[in-house]
Design a protein around this ligand. Structure first.
Ligand code: GTP
Ligand code: MG
Length: 178
């Protein structure tokens, strides 16, 4: 069955986004403390496809060994899942572009892993601020990407982006079944 995984720095809102998409408040466990998700959790949707919650990367307070373990878990997961249709790379819209995210996206590009960026927590900014943050991010990405990678704006609070993300998944499921 096709899989869609959510990845990004700790606390960016991966688990919250899964709950928002599935309209289940407690399916994926969330926390205001980073490092909540420590294992790979598969959630089956409509007996038909999987949403996959991955541990966050770049959480400074986990030990070095643990961090290396996380990177390995993530790299193994990406390398060993033929049915991984797309990776959603979550980025907190409020923050300056983070080196770890930019490097990770470059690594995905080099390894031919399909991904889409989801800018999270848009409810925390005004529309103007969202536009200006988005433009700044795009500018940085265009330094290493020929065109802007596909992306969505989202909020787990207001469900902005829900329809677009689910439509994208449905379309991609059709490609899988062909
Ligand atoms: P780890 O599992 O630790 O890697 O974190 P995560 O990426 O799964 O983040 P999680 O969904 O647990 O959310 C972290 C915190 O951000 C929680 O306090 C959430 O309530 C909050 N949060 C997540 N998404 C949003 C959002 O769209 N808007 C707002 N306002 N808060 C959000
Ligand atoms: Mg989580």
């Amino acid at each position: 069955m096709p899989e869609y995984a959510f990845i990004g720095r700790s606390n960016v809102g991966k688990s919250s986004l899964i709950n928002m998409l599935t309209q289940r408040t407690k399916l994926a466990k969330t926390s205001s403390t980073p490092g909540k998700t420590q294992l790979i959790n598969h959630f089956i949707i409509n007996d038909n496809w999987y949403l996959v919650d991955l541990p966050g990367y770049g959480y400074a307070r986990t030990s070095k060994a643990l961090k290396a373990g996380f990177s390995k878990i993530i790299a193994d997961y990406i390398g060993n899942h033929e049915n991984l249709m797309n990776l959603f790379v979550l980025v907190d819209i409020r923050l300056e572009p983070q080196k770890i995210d930019l490097e990770f996206m470059n690594w995905l590009g080099e390894n031919g892993v399909p991904f889409v960026i989801i800018f999270t927590k848009t409810d925390k900014l005004s529309t103007n601020q969202v536009h200006s943050k988005y433009s700044a991010y795009k500018k940085i990405l265009l330094e290493s990407w020929e065109e802007m990678p596909s992306h969505f704006l989202s909020s787990a609070e207001t469900a902005v982006g829900r329809e677009e993300i689910l439509t994208f998944i449905e379309k991609t499921n059709k490609v899988f079944r062909k």
